[in-house]
Design a binder for this molecule. Sequence first.
Ligand code: PLP
Length: 366
Amino acid sequence: MTIQFIDLKAQYQALKSSIDARIQQVLDHGQYIMGPEVAELEAKLAEYTGARHCITVASGTEALLIALMALDVKPGDEIITTPFTFVATAEVIALLGATPVFVDIEPDTCNVDASKIEAAITPRTRAIMPVSLYGQPADMDEINTIAARHGLTVIEDAAQSFGAEYKGEQSCNLSTIGCTSFFPSKPLGCYGDGGAIFTSDDHLARAMREIRVHGQERRYVHTRIGVGGRMDTLQCAVVLGKLERFEWEVEQRLRIGTRYNELFAGKVSTVTQRPDRTSVFAQYTVFVENREQVQDKLKAIGVPTAVHYPIPLHRQSAYAALGRISGKVSSSEVMAGRVMSLPMSADLSRQEQEHIVQLVIEALGR
Ligand SMILES: *Cc1c(COP(=O)(O)O)cnc(C)c1O
């Protein structure tokens, strides 16, 4: 049995006819930039999330950058976020000359600890950027309440959580702005780079649409500084093809994640899911000691694993001087040494999953 960490080939085989037809349509009409599939995808994704606007962009990183640019984030501004995330979250803050302010995580969900955010706010704070890590939304109600009290904007980094629900609402539509990624291995991926921004604020939506295309108000009239940030038509076509069974995939991911929880119960500790929200399990993550040894053992018997993320951002040399830590970030440091993600995709069979669980339990000597 060969186990893939993420099985993109099985997904393509299942969706081949719809994806191939969508790609062929683009090749036939030839509008590779801002073709009709772009608006079609934006309309479908906006409807899916419930947000009034969806703006597709070149990547998840670009989505976060454009969102901050639309808020006019400047050097000296502070953005509160988590150090336990992919680097892009803090990178876009630093690119604008602003300071990422790192607040610790909850050790059980690995999402930012909302109860520690208020202490990090200063007169320079402009926005709060929680990450819905591993596919599970952060405590968005608490975060939105704090933001409203201090006149701040909340940007959800939903790169891993498209399709997840929080108290009956869709991730990406849980705060003023939501940003997602269509990197191939994300829950909704394309075959290259892509991303999307969601908002129900008309003014911000217009600003983000203009920033996406070099700050153009109309052709060759530039009223603000922008970026070359479009998602190309072919990638939009791929996502449209993948939407055909996305609902099924979300259900499947939830079922597989829940089954992992049940099979590991009492034997291996795992990321906790809160009862008022769902996870799309962009990663299924367990906590282990002696991680490198465990990973080596599993690799030798054919179980691929990965670590998201081994070094928290305040410990990265590029960010050590750029960022600021608020309070203690000890949970981020401890969990960075323990997290280990296991194979996860909508096509993972029950038999494969039981095999993985058995080998993980054996490798841990339980
Ligand atoms: C993947 C990811 C991003 C960046 O998305 P790209 O499409 O790769 O640019 C940002 N934040 C988080 C939390 C991610 O997982």
